[in-house]
Design a protein around this ligand. Structure first.
Ligand code: ATP
Length: 317
């Protein structure tokens, strides 16, 4: 009998991770380290991927997902960020020789500006830690998360949080709101690096390279969160990547217009897009907006609550 098998050799752990949106995304000019400094406010929303991990004789990755998710766009080789996360954690513990069987169940749109890959990486870190009982200290998990991608640490935190640096320096924020968002997915993904390049190009055409420092956060946004004031939050929403993304994809401008016309308090692009978000004051309002957008021809429209928890174990068998 071969030991090289993906039969579980130990407990099977499933960890759930939320998608993120950015209530504020302020982007500075490209810095000498090759990154754009950011000031951002993340919020975790009720749209999740599940990552299941168990120890196995050899590495394997299975992808499952909602029919509306473009699984063909997700790599199943070593470039998958969830596999990279698991390998990085094993290496941190000097366990490069161990192998895992991993299953990812995706509901977060791929290349949608909702950090689905980052959510999978955060879930894979925690699932691997629990499946092998590695007891990794939180600060080590956060450091490995940041080395994998700027949005990965936030997926560990969840809730609502300030992100600085490239987004990887995360600080939880007080948020008294029980917000509702309508998420309007696009049929086609949009590459984050391409949108940043369009940001640079638009500034170059205007004869600048963009602001030297990451833009400041408006105080009204923080107040809106503390006071659960939906109209103040609606007025403070901001995304510096919206103009470059709309420049690349004219259809998104129409979606934003339709989203604004469908009701709700404000519409904006999620991160680097192409997903469009509508802030709503209640679940009823969100359901109405969702119905109107479906009537307008959008097929993948979901109403989700926010903020929600970061990665959490949902099954340990
Ligand atoms: P971000 O806003 O964090 O840049 P995004 O939400 O726009 O990302 P993701 O869904 O995270 O986009 O995927 C970006 C790219 O990463 C995909 O096009 C895919 O090629 C690659 N990728 C690697 N691993 C994964 C994964 N587990 N899930 C989704 N995409 C992955």
């Amino acid at each position: 009998m071969s030991l090289l098998t993906d039969e579980p050799l130990g407990p099977q752990v499933t960890v759930r991770a939320p998608a993120k949106i950015n209530l504020f995304l302020g982007v500075a000019a490209l810095a000498s380290d090759g990154f754009h400094p950011l000031t951002t406010v993340y919020q975790a929303v009720g749209l999740y991927d599940d990552v299941t991990v168990s120890e196995a004789g050899e590495w394997s990755l299975r992808l499952l997902g909602d029919p509306r998710v473009d699984l063909d766009a997700v790599p199943t080789d070593d470039s998958n960020i969830a596999l990279r996360a698991a390998r990085a954690l094993l290496a941190h513990h000097g366990m490069e020789h161990r192998a895992l069987a991993m299953t990812i169940h995706k509901s977060i749109p791929v290349a949608g500006g909702m950090a689905g890959g980052s959510a999978d990486a955060a879930a894979a870190l925690v699932a691997t830690d629990r499946a092998l009982d590695l007891q990794t200290p939180d600060e080590d998990l956060l450091r490995i998360a940041a080395s994998l991608g700027s949005d990965v640490p936030f997926a560990l935190f969840g809730g609502t949080a300030l992100g600085r640096g490239h987004g990887e320096e995360v600080e939880p924020l007080e948020d008294a709101g029980g917000w509702w968002w309508v998420v309007v997915e696009s049929d086609l993904g949009l590459s984050t690096p391409t949108v940043y390049r369009a940001f640079d190009d638009l500034h170059a055409q205007a004869g600048t390279s963009g602001p030297a420092d990451a833009p400041a956060l408006p105080a009204s946004l923080l107040e809106a969160l503390v006071n659960a004031d939906v109209d103040t939050l609606a007025a403070a929403l901001h995304n510096d990547l919206q103009a470059p993304a709309l420049h690349l994809r004219a259809d998104l401008g129409r979606t934003v217009e339709q989203a604004e016309a469908a009701g709700g308090r404000a519409a904006l692009l999620s991160g680097s897009g192409p997903t469009v978000l509508v802030l709503c004051a209640s679940r009823d309002e969100a359901d109405g907006v969702r119905e109107r957008l479906v009537e307008a021809g959008h097929e993948r429209v979901t109403a989700v609550p926010a903020p929600v928890a970061g990665v959490h174990v949902v099954e340990h068998a």
